[in-house]
Design a protein around this ligand. Structure first.
Ligand code: SAM
Ligand code: SF4
Length: 468
């Protein structure tokens, strides 16, 4: 069969979709880019906000309607909404063929084979929510790949559905992760992003994740910095990123890992959610605004240029104008490089859904717009500081907006646009001098290339470029 996977939500879902795609290809199916023509379509869903679920249900409804003309077409759903709704999803989408819980994705090829062979009836497939036998294959091995290191979440923030949908934390053994990264590197991947909902918790719940304790005098003794060090030793991996952070994991050792492991990129996504201690307490985030800022400063003391990005929720129950102003003040103090702003959405079964959702829709929208404008101001001021400086960019290829120019990301994860010198290839690391900036993007000129054997003319001179 040809198949297509439609993915909503976070990087974790992108990663899971790719692992399922690999398992389906291994079972003899063929991935297609043509959703309308596909014999099998799976929708990978998000539950974090009500809107995300509404979108997924709408999509499933349309896909299932197409079965009237093509009765042999198979439509399935996976991901957080599938886990949260369980069999109830069949009441909403009566002609859906199967629904698979978050930790049961490995069952998909078998259920598809059964349905294709004429097996009757709808299937709700689930395993124990603490099961950790999930697919880890990769189909899409472009320059950059996601690698899940920590499944689930144990934090139980008051507003969040993720712990119910994705289950408790499980840290994969370090060796398994390093082997997976080595396979990716051998297939041409140059950058890995290590994924976990609260990724700095890696190895804290379940030990040991390493076969041996750290040797006497080791530079890194905490599990996550040790994992970064182990991954950095994989030949061919030029860049390591990870997401998402939590202030409790921003230790001095993590700061040293950022500074001393060259492959670790100077960027951390560190969701703050609010700048008001009263709201942070009600959210059960486990830190105050002051502790959050202290974590940011600890990292900046070691890596002054580190980029910090964040998530913020506006209109959480009981959020007053004063609480909101505290969030604005924290944004200014933290000088975020980017912020993702979300309007509070009550999620069934979470403690915050029992509270009075008392900030009006219009006020949530207003606060959202105010923070977006604040972030633009902070972003332009931050990015202006890069003008005249050099950044190292992993060349990704022609820019979407103007194919004559190329785009890539610098270590700080900012998009950098530049004129490609003759002979440049995707995956080359180039030095760019920044000449112009807007809140989201830097623009510059190639000033050289990094390391290696390939010769590339830059500004009339020949410079060495790595053959990676
Ligand atoms: N695990 C990550 C963390 O907390 O660091 C983020 C997980 S969640 C998929 C991504 C973001 O969605 C959160 O950081 C939060 O800002 C937002 N979010 C989660 N639950 C929400 C809710 N009920 N309403 C609005 N936004 C929400
Ligand atoms: Fe949700 Fe909090 Fe876990 Fe993030 S850390 S996934 S917001 S419970």
């Amino acid at each position: 069969m040809t198949f297509y996977i439609h993915t909503y939500g976070c990087q974790m879902n992108v990663r899971d979709s790719d692992a399922v795609a690999e398992a389906l290809v291994a079972a003899g199916h063929e991935l297609t880019a043509d959703e309308n023509g596909a014999d099998l379509v799976i929708v990978n869903t998000c539950s974090v906000r009500a809107k995300a679920e509404e979108k997924a249900l709408g999509k499933l409804g349309l896909l299932c309607a197409s079965k009237r003309e093509r009765p042999r077409r198979i439509i399935g759903v996976m991901g957080c909404m599938a886990q949260r709704m369980g069999e109830k999803v069949f009441e909403k989408v009566p002609t859906l063929d199967f629904s698979v819980g978050c930790r049961a994705a490995r069952l998909i090829p078998a259920v598809v084979a059964d349905i294709a062979a004429g097996g009757e009836g709808q299937r709700w497939l689930t395993t124990d929510i603490s099961d950790h036998d999930v697919p880890h294959g990769h189909l899409n091995t472009d320059l950059s790949a996601f690698v899940t290191v920590l499944l689930g979440c144990n934090r139980r923030c008051s507003y969040c559905i993720v712990p119910d949908a994705r289950g408790p934390e499980y840290s994969r053994p370090a060796k398994e992760i390093v082997d997976e990264v080595a396979c990716l590197a051998a297939r041409g991947v140059r950058e890995v992003t290590l994924l976990g909902q609260s990724v700095l918790n890696y190895g804290r719940q379940r030990d040991p994740v390493f076969d041996e304790p750290p040797p006497e005098g080791a530079a890194f003794t905490e599990p996550f910095p040790r994992l970064l060090e182990a991954v950095s030793k994989v030949p061919g991996i030029k860049r390591i990123r990870f997401t998402s952070g939590h202030p409790s994991g921003c230790t001095e050792e993590l700061a040293r890992a950022f500074r001393d492991i060259p492959q670790v990129c100077p960027h951390l996504h560190l969701p703050v959610q609010s700048g008001s201690d009263r709201i942070l307490k009600s959210m059960r985030r486990g830190y105050t605004a002051e502790q959050y800022l202290a974590a940011v400063e600890r990292l900046r003391a070691f890596v002054p240029d580190i980029a910090i990005t964040t998530d913020i929720i506006v209109g959480y129950p009981g959020e007053t104008e004063e609480d909101f102003e505290a969030t604005r003040a924290l944004m200014r103090a933290a000088r975020f490089d980017n912020s993702f702003i979300f309007k509070f959405s009550p999620r069934p079964g979470t403690p915050a859904a029992q509270m009075d959702d008392d900030v009006s829709v219009a006020e949530k929208e207003r606060r959202n717009q105010v923070l977006l404008a604040d972030q633009d101001d902070i972003g332009i001021a931050n990015n202006a500081l890069w003008i005249g400086r050099e950044v190292e960019v992993l060349a990704e290829g022609p820019s979407h907006r103007n194919s004559a120019r190329w785009a890539g990301r610098c270590g700080q994860n900012k998009i950098v646009i530049f004129d490609p010198p003759p002979g440049i290839e995707r995956g080359d690391l180039v030095k760019i001098e920044i000449g112009r900036a807007n809140p989201q993007t830097l623009f510059g000129e190639v000033r050289g290339a990094l390391m290696g054997s390939r010769l590339l003319p830059v500004g009339g001179t020949m410079v060495g470029l790595p053959k990676m």
